[in-house]
Design a protein around this ligand. Structure first.
Ligand code: FE2
Ligand code: FE2
Length: 167
């Protein structure tokens, strides 16, 4: 069954959301590099790679269904932050927004009785639970660290192990 136009449009919009998230995480990586917090920067790099992979998964799915990928513009992301805590508040906000966007595509797929798209989106719905949990946890750890520089450096070391199989 070929993709319906409304679903194709929604999936293209979701590709754009994932690319925008990747771009935001790239800006956050740059900010952490500027602060000499290499571990946080590494975490952001892995996060960006995940977002690019999400975009690629939907990209492939549109093609698998005989649809057409149309790429829109991605706005310049926020690049200035007051603190690591502020970066993660923004990351959590971004993830909540993306969860909402995925739920909207899913609702449309339900309405249009597009069972294949519903099935594909289930992975994304589960993934968003993880994404929101992770950024919220790091926010809590940053709250605990407060103004303590040693605690911040410990957290930097911990987050830097992401993507090495230990993080
Ligand atoms: Fe994503
Ligand atoms: Fe995400």
């Amino acid at each position: 069954m070929k993709l319906q136009a409304s679903i194709e449009t929604a999936l293209n919009r979701q590709i754009n959301h994932e690319m925008a998230a990747a771009y935001s995480y790239l800006a956050m990586e740059a900010w952490f590099e500027q602060q000499n917090l290499a571990g946080f920067a590494t975490w952001m790099r892995v996060q960006r790679e995940e977002e690019l992979e999400h975009a690629r998964l939907i990209f492939s799915y549109v093609h698998d269904r005989g649809g057409k990928v149309t790429l829109g513009a991605v706005d310049g992301p926020q690049g200035e932050f007051g603190s690591p805590r502020e970066v993660f508040a923004r990351a959590s906000e971004l993830e909540r927004g993306n969860t909402k966007a995925i739920h909207e595509v899913y609702e449309l797929a339900l309405k249009e009785k597009d069972y294949a798209t519903q099935s594909m989106l289930k992975w994304f719905i589960d993934e968003q639970v993880e994404e929101e949990k992770t950024t919220t946890e790091i926010e809590a750890l940053l709250d605990m660290a407060g103004d303590n520089r040693s605690a911040l450096l410990l957290l930097d070391a911990k987050l830097g192990s992401r993507g090495t199989g230990e993080g």
